[in-house]
Every structure is written in structure tokens, then in C-alpha cells.
Design a protein around this ligand. Sequence first.
Ligand code: NAP
Ligand code: ZN
Ligand code: ZN
Length: 350
Amino acid sequence: MPTTVNAYGTFEAGAALQPLSIDRRDVGPHDVQLDILYCGICHSDIHFASGDFGPLPVSPLVPGHEIVGVVTATGEAVTKHRVGDRVGIGCMVDSCRECENCVAGQEQYCLNGHTLVFGSPDRDGTFTQGGYSEMIVANEDFVVRVPEALDPAAAAPLLCAGITVYAPLKRWGAGPGTRVAVVGLGGLGHVGVKMAKAMGAEVTVLSRSESKREAALELGADDYAATGDPETFAKLANRFHIVLNTVSAPIDVNAYLGLLRIGGTLASVGVTTEPLPLDAFALMNNGRNIAGSQFAGIRETQEMLDFCAEHGVVADIELTAADGINDAYRRVLSSDVRYRFVIDNATLAN
Ligand code: NAP
Ligand code: ZN
Ligand code: ZN
């Protein structure tokens, strides 16, 4: 018998989110059930719920993919987690586990298609539903350990924002002696600053205006420049080893390529559905690279959480009750959040 739980979701793309209930499956032999304590609000939730990526994959849709909870039940074959453990679930809850990419620990690039934590067809024919809910059941292989050293609410955004910036920073060699520019000081961007600093890089924040200068320096950034000032692109030309783009809108990629030193990489994780025009000369000059990155595999997600516990990296959050979700969405869209909303899932109980 499935269990009915309280959740917050939307029946129509672009409509306000509302309280509703969803069913969670019984705990299978390889499943872990968790009570959700906290769930971050990522801009990708907003893209999905507002229809930026097309019609809703399922109605209702319950977003949420930055989940921290406590294990309340385990299937008989589960070996990785125990009742009472503090655990997390991020963007994915399944993949084929057999293809070349899954075997390499890159389940996010599963050649047979990964299963997102919400809005994806699941193996039992139902659609997955996300973390704006009281409880979730997922396969143990896609559940990670959240170190006790991390505050559970502030750790929730690490499950997407954290891993999405950690993976490209590591892949492209952020570390002592490298200069990293983080473009966009939002949920992903602010964790990117902390992560790159913890890796030992020199970090510059590139934000649209001067308004976040002081806050960026407080986060640990070494330098700051406003991209609204055309001087910025001349002043910082040929400077960075990595430019990490976390902007939730189209950017002038050619202008940002110009900031890369020889062999540097523009690592793009911000999502836009519009094509980006690419100037061959901006790419050719300095032998520059442009790369994408989509969250990361489970092994690397665990590695990232352990790295954060070691270096004391968590998100700066504003806690909200479930009935504040729509307001939180509005504030994220107007960049009025420092820097991540996290839902207190206890407020879903009624
Ligand atoms: P966010 O908190 O809203 O931050 C986005 C930042 O982008 C804003 O703070 C703002 O920074 C800048 N920005 C927003 N609109 C802009 C515009 N029109 N022009 C220029 N800059 C603008 O969002 P987030 O949760 O960090 O997510 C960022 C993006 O990454 C989203 O598109 C999300 O879907 C995507 N994402 C991708 C992955 C992946 O796997 N690749 C994973 C998670 C999220 P300033 O105010 O500092 O300019
Ligand atoms: Zn996300
Ligand atoms: Zn696969």
C-alpha cells in the first residue's frame, strides 16, 4: 500500500504552487525511506515549474532536488544506510548502472537516460516526485551520507548547487595558483566562490552591478567586478584559468571567453534554452575551451559532501515555510535572495 504524504506542487506550468498530496511507494528490498527535513529551492525547480523547459512532464509536479532527511526505514537488502542516518538525495534517483557512463560513475550522463528525482518516469510506471514533500522512498545507491559536521539545512543546497559547481571546478583544475571567475552570485555562484576558495584558487566574482560587492568579499572572494561596466571586460582580459558561468539567462559567451588566459575554460552550468552565438576567434585565441557540466555522479557527490565537511563549506540560506514557496520563487527571479531558500519541511505537516 503506497503512503500518502503532504507536498507542495503545481498542476499547471506557470501556476502558483499549492498544497497537495502524493503517494510514495512501499519500501522495496533496495529502497531507503526518509523523512525530509529540508529541501533547497534551486532555480531549476523554477525553470521546470514555470514551463521554461516545456510543458510539465506530469501534473501535478512536485519539485525539489536538494533533499536532506533522516532514514526511517530500509529494505531487507539495503547495506549502505541505516535507520537514523542523516542522508541526502540530489538530482537523480536512478540510472541503468550498466552503460559505459554509469560504470564510470557518471550516472548523470547515463546513455539510457537517468531518472530525475522529480518529473521522470520511474521503473514502476509512475512519475517521480521531488523534495517539497514530507517523505521520499529511493534506491539506496542514489542516497548519499550527509556528514554530521554539516548543518542539515545549510547542507541541503549542496545536493545540487554544491555538486554542480564542485564538479567543473575540480575537472578544470581549480586550486592553488589558479584564478577562477564566478559569473552570477546566486545559489550556485555563492557556493562556487566558497568551493573554489576551499580548493585554494584566487576567486573573482562577476556580478551584474556593484550591489553585491561587499557581500561577495565577505563570502571570501578576492576580487569583484560588475559586468554591467564595459571596462570590466577590458580590464580582466586574458586573466582566468576558469570562468564558471552560473547565470540563469543567456550570456554573451564571447565576452566571457575573452577573459580566459591561454588554455582556459569557460565552464557553463547555467541553463538557457536559447542558442548562444559563438565567435570562432574568441574561442581560437589563447586556445580556449568551452565546456558544459551537469550536476555529477553519486560517487563524486559523496566526495563533495566530505570535502565540504572537511572545509566547512555550506550554503548561506534563508529558511522558509512551505507556504512561503511562491514568494521565494518570486524573490529568486528578482535575485533577491542571499543566497538560497531552503524549505523547512516540518511545515508541510498539518
Ligand atoms: P539563482 O540563484 O537565481 O542565480 C542566478 C544568478 O544569475 C543570479 O543571482 C544573477 O546573479 C544572475 N542572473 C540572473 N538573471 C540574469 C540575467 N538576466 N542576466 C545576467 N545575469 C543574471 O539560480 P541558481 O539556482 O544558482 O541556478 C543558476 C542556473 O544554473 C539556473 O539556470 C539553473 O537552472 C542552472 N543549474 C544547472 C545545473 C546543472 O547541472 N548544469 C544544476 C543546477 C542549476 P547576479 O545578480 O550576481 O548578476
Ligand atoms: Zn538544481
Ligand atoms: Zn547508464
